[in-house]
Ligand binder design. Structure first.
Ligand code: ZN
Length: 224
């Protein structure tokens, strides 16, 4: 099973991918994490990527594709993977197509108002990157309980300090949503035309949504 998760920032792609991948025996590849790892390990590709990052520039698509190509040859990708955070544009999707055949694209949907509320309540562990969420949403048929650490401000997994990422601050969230929409709308059409797209409306927290997303991954794509 080779899947792509699409969806606006804050919809929970990373959370779903990290919970579903062990259940399905496939890898979770977050391109953001992958990039940070390569840089940290000072691999050839990582060092090249760092040059762009240090200049405040976007890492070129070809570099990300090279990293992905290497990553999906690793053993934990034998049964497949979930790609989270890539592709974001049609040129990226076309480049991806050249290295691997994707089975399904899950598009996660949620209204902006809820996304903004959720993203600005997100907290991340400084050490291991685990994500928590302080927002408690229960209205309009949408129930999203918070994902709280056992000890406030501390990560359950490693005890690291939780913090709010700069790009999760409310003032930047709206801008990120606009950028996402402009960038990704054509991508959604691209995968719809290929018959790979499955849309899943998010109406609850991970407990409710994980089985629904897994079902969507396993059932044949919508014809539309
Ligand atoms: Zn942690």
């Amino acid at each position: 099973m080779k899947a792509i998760f699409l969806g606006p920032p804050g919809v929970g792609k990373g959370t779903y991918a990290s919970r579903i991948s062990p259940q399905m025996g496939i890898a979770h590849i977050s391109t953001g994490d992958l990039l940070r790892e390569e840089v940290k390990k000072k691999t050839e590709l990582g060092l090249k990527a760092k040059e762009y990052m240090d200049r405040g520039e976007l890492v070129p698509d070809e570099l990300v594709i090279d990293m992905l190509e290497k990553r999906i040859r690793e053993k934990d990708c034998e049964n497949g993977f979930i790609l989270d955070g890539f592709p974001r544009t049609i040129p990226q999707a076309e480049a991806l197509e050249k290295i691997v055949k994707i089975d399904v694209v899950i598009n996660l949907l949620l209204k902006d108002e809820f996304l903004i509320e959720k993203i600005s309540a997100r907290r991340q562990c400084r050490k291991c990157g685990e994500i928590y969420n302080l927002a408690d949403i229960d209205r309009e048929g949408i129930k999203m309980p918070p994902i709280l650490p056992k000890v406030p401000g501390k990560c359950d997994k490693c005890g690291g300090e939780l913090y709010q990422r700069d790009d999760d601050k409310e003032e930047t969230v709206r801008e990120r949503l606009e950028v996402y929409k402009k960038q990704t709308a054509p991508l959604i059409e691209y995968y719809r035309k290929k018959g790979l797209l499955k849309e899943v409306r998010v109406t609850g927290g991970p407990e409710k949504m994980v089985p629904i997303v897994m079902e969507a991954m396993r059932s044949p794509p919508q014809t539309k």
